[in-house]
Design a protein around this ligand. Structure first.
Ligand code: CAA
Length: 380
């Protein structure tokens, strides 16, 4: 067993750390306050190759492994989880899904633009009545020979307005259940495709989350990903990798809050000494550090499984379940260690606590991860 990161992985980790400190940290509080999408920062991340990290260079990607992707997600999330979710969705839900299951023509037309950050993508599965219960798709894609006609509504779509390319999951043949579902590439501007209102969120307020409305949207058949009826499996396989990205995001939020709390505890004095000298605080830091390290091992292991070609459904679900809990617990304690200052926006940890919550919800709630985990272990 070798826990050492390669030279290349260390380099990319440092690049992401520097970028987060120099480019994401300034203005992160204001963007959160104003719900401002980090457009300039996304442009710079594209230049660094962060928008198509695992994509083959022949399609404009950086050709990196999943561990490098997790390292970048962790570093960005230490500072700005709104920016990192944009990266995560584009990389693991959109680019990976297209590269792995798309046709050559789809890759040429869409993947290069997405992996170089010329545009960003969105993954559209959730609906008003189909969040966790993802097979109950009400959005329809009626087969009309050489095209589909799409009707319905999608909810809580990350990059909802900022995206230009949307991977939309829709039901073509209800009699076939999940085997009648398709994944279609929909472009912004297709007639009948409207962006709904922006959500006013608790956390990750810099990312834009919208509902999407489809009214008789004509989508050519060449925009279907995979065989007829492959859409649900496409969503499940893609989400298994996406969960590594979100687990790494949760890990980063936890690690960022822990680093701030540790630093603060060595500066802030109470009862005549730095508060880190009080065991009540020191033990909190010990627990945080231990849990973060455990989460880190689980996230890297899931990424490693993916890189090795192992099945990663179980390891990614466990990594997300655990890391998101650690993100929640750690950020709450980070606020506590900061005391009154923890409740004030300038100290960052209250934002991290708000941001942490979504990691237990999107790309499969913690309860859904337990379904995936329990089914997997009971199958053995
Ligand atoms: N890989 C391949 N196939 C898979 C699979 C996987 N990981 N998981 C399930 N499947 C297949 C099953 O084998 C089955 O196929 P067969 O009938 O051919 O065997 C089919 O999919 C249906 O599976 P289930 O019977 O297990 O379906 P279910 O209704 O019980 O649901 C579930 C399973 C795990 C609960 C699933 O619905 C699920 O993951 N729900 C959560 C969805 C989710 O993560 N939503 C997040 C929205 S996206 C988002 O948040 C993006 C963002 O913007 C940040």
């Amino acid at each position: 067993m070798d826990f050492t990161l390669s030279e290349e992985q260390l380099m990319i980790q440092k690049a992401a750390r520097d970028f987060a400190q120099n480019e994401l940290l300034p203005g992160v509080i204001e963007r959160d306050d104003a719900q401002k999408f980090p457009a300039e920062q996304v442009k710079k991340m594209s230049e660094l190759g962060f928008m198509g990290m695992m994509v083959d260079p022949k399609y404009g990607g950086s050709g990196l492994d999943t561990i490098s992707y997790a390292l970048v997600m962790e570093e960005l999330s230490k500072v700005d989880a709104s920016a990192s979710v944009i990266v995560s969705v584009n990389n693991s839900l959109v680019c990976w899904g297209l590269e792995t299951f798309g046709s050559e023509a789809q890759k040429e037309k869409y993947l290069t633009r997405l992996s170089t950050g010329q545009c960003i993508g969105a993954f559209c599965l959730s609906e008003p009545e189909a969040g966790s219960d993802a097979t109950s798709q009400k959005t329809t894609a009626a087969d009309h020979g050489d095209h589909y006609i799409v009707n319905g509504t999608k909810n809580w779509i990350t990059n909802g307005n900022s995206a230009e390319i949307y991977l939309v999951i829709a039901q073509t043949d209800i009699s076939k259940g999940h085997k009648g579902i398709n994944a279609l590439i929909v472009e912004k501007g297709m007639p009948g495709f409207e962006i709904g209102p922006k959500e006013n969120k608790l956390g990750i307020r810099g990312s834009d989350t919208h509902s999407l409305i489809f009214n008789d949207v004509k989508v050519p058949k060449e925009n279907r990903i995979g065989e007829d009826g492959f859409g649900f499996k496409f969503a499940m396989k893609t989400l298994a990798g996406g969960r590594i990205g979100i687990a790494a995001q949760a890990l980063g939020i936890a690690a960022g809050a822990y680093e701030l709390a540790k630093k603060y505890s060595k500066e802030r004095k109470a009862f005549g000494t730095e508060i880190s000298n009080h065991q009540a605080i020191a033990f909190k830091l010990a627990d945080m550090h231990t849990q973060i390290e455990a989460a880190r091992h689980m996230v890297y292991k899931a990424a490693w499984d993916k890189d090795q070609g192992n099945n990663y459904d179980l390891s990614s679900a466990m990594a997300k379940l655990y890391a998101s809990q650690v993100a929640m617990d750690t950020t709450i304690e980070a606020v506590q260690i900061h005391g009154g200052n923890g409740f004030v926006k300038d100290y960052h940890v209250e934002r991290m606590m708000r941001d942490a919550k979504i990691t237990q919800i999107y790309e499969g709630t913690s309860e859904i991860q337990k379904i995936v985990i329990s089914r997997s272990i009971l199958r053995e």
